[in-house]
Ligand binder design. Sequence first.
Ligand SMILES: Nc1ncnc2c1ncn2[C@@H]1O[C@H](COP(=O)(O)OP(=O)(O)O)[C@@H](O)[C@H]1O
Ligand SMILES: [Mg+2]
Length: 346
Amino acid sequence: MTDPLVEIKDLRIHFFTDEGVVRAVEGIDLNIKPGKTLCVVGESGSGKSVMALSLLQIIHKPGQIVDGQILYHRGRVAGGQFSQNGAVDIASLNRKGRDIRSIRGAEIAMIFQEPMTSLSPMYTVGNQVMETIRLHEKGISKKEARERAIDILRRVRIPKPERLIDEYPFRLSGGMRQRVMIAMALSCTPSLLIADEPTTALDVTTQAQILDLMLELQQEFNMAIMFITHDLGVVAEIADDVAVMYLGNVVEYSDVDTIFNAPEHPYTQALLRSIPKISATRQPLDMIEGMVPSPFRRPGGCPFHPRCTQALASCSTVVPSLTTLHENHIVRCLLHEETGEEVPRG
Ligand SMILES: Nc1ncnc2c1ncn2[C@@H]1O[C@H](COP(=O)(O)OP(=O)(O)O)[C@@H](O)[C@H]1O
Ligand SMILES: [Mg+2]
C-alpha cells in the first residue's frame, strides 16, 4: 500500500453558533495518497467543504477544529523518497503562524466553484498570478515572474497568454477564469490540490475540458487531488479512490470500482440508485428518500439510521465504528461490524 500524503485522524470540527453547536465534521478518518485522485461525495451539508478548509487551517469563527489530527507528510510524492518523520499536524498549527503559511498555497493549494472568490476584480490576471508566484518565491524579479506567469497560463491552455495576462478577470468567460484559478493554484507546484466543486458552474463541454486539463497537470506535476463533487458522473471519470460522506462522517471509502460495483454502505447504495439509468449520469444527488436532518439535530447512533432502509434496532443508539472489509475498503455501518475487522487506531 502507498504511504499516504495526508492522514486525517478522528477529525472533529464544530461551529459554535448562537442557535447551538453544529457538528459539521464529527470524526473523519481518511487518507490522501500521493499522486492520486480522491473524490469526496455526499449530499449538500455533509461537511465536505468544511473538511477541505481545515486542511489549510482556514476554518473561521464560530468554527473550530475541536479534535483530531491532520498529518501532512511533507515531501512524500508518488514513487519518490521521503523522510518517515517529516509529518506536520496541520490541525495543531496556529492559523496565522508561519508554518501553515508556508504550506498554504505552496504545498497544498485549493480551487473553488466560483473563481471570483479567489480572483480579485481589481487587478489584472497577470498581477494576481505574479503575486502568487512572488509570494512563495522571494527574490524573483518582476520580469521573471511575468515570464513564469505567461508560461503557467499557457500550460493551462489559455490562448494568447501574453495578451490575456493584462486583462481583468471580469472580461473572461467562466471557463477561462477557472483556468486562471488553476494556473494560480499550480504556480507553486503543490503536492496536493484541493478542488471544491470546481466545475459545477460550468457547461458540460467546458467542464470536461477542465477535468481533462486537471488530470493532465496531475501527471505532469505528480500531485494528489482531493476533488469534492456531488456529481457521480465526474467521480466515475476521474477518481482513483472515493470517500462517501454523510453528516460529518466518512461512511464508506474504497477504490472507485468497488464504490460503483460493490458498495456496502446503505447510503452509498442509495446514492447510486438515485442516478437515473437512462440519463447521462450527470444528476445532482437529490433523490434519496427523506431529507438530510437539520445540522442542529444530528441523529444519535448512526446518523443515517432515520433514512436507512436496512436499519437495525441498535442503529439508533450505537455509533458504528470503522470496519475494514478488504484492503482499501472501509465502511462505517453496524451491518458490517460482525463480518469485518475493526480499523485499528493510531
Ligand atoms: N460558518 C458556519 N456557521 C455555522 N455552520 C456552518 C458554517 N459553515 C458550515 N456550517 C455547517 O457545517 C455543515 C457542513 O457544511 P459544508 O461543509 O459546507 O457541507 P458540504 O460542503 O458538504 O455541502 C453544514 O451543516 C453547515 O450548515
Ligand atoms: Mg460544499
